[in-house]
Design a protein. Sequence first.
Length: 190
Amino acid sequence: MSTSLSGTKVAFLVAHEGVEQVELTSPWDAVRQAGGTPELISTRRGTVQAFHHLDKADTFDVDQIVDQARPEDYGGLVLPGGVANPDALRLNPHAVRLAHDFVARQKPVAAICHAPWLLIEAGVVADRRLTSYPSLATDLRNAGARWSDEEVVVDSGLVTSRRPDDLPAFCAKLVEEVAEGSHEKQARSA
């Protein structure tokens, strides 16, 4: 099975502030190493402020704002974590709609740490098997998901992981799922 992403753009959706830097940069590098083109989408133009735990880290230039992003332009969606990042995104109707639309269009979606909060808000976790940072387990179960404490869980194009320690497995699976393309069963919960 090929894991080449040559010619494939991959969307990375983050809030203006609060993304955990390593959960953005590691998948970003994995997409690039596989030949893909990562694109940073956020809630406004300019730069986003990343964090390392609670300390400010680097800033990153925004390529596209969320209300102008279209799933058909991308091979997949990556949702990095951090606590503040997905909490802000789940309050943004454009971010919620974008996450929902990726699933509805059977596109791979990869979410790590607290990022599944956005998937809950998008209404796409019911009857899906996934993982997250352990503090989200009850939220996910209450939304109808089957939560599992594993480093990476893949369910028909939905890739989830718990924390930065899981990044090697998370990155490998997200590249694999995007390389596979459309996942027919992905839209079952959208």
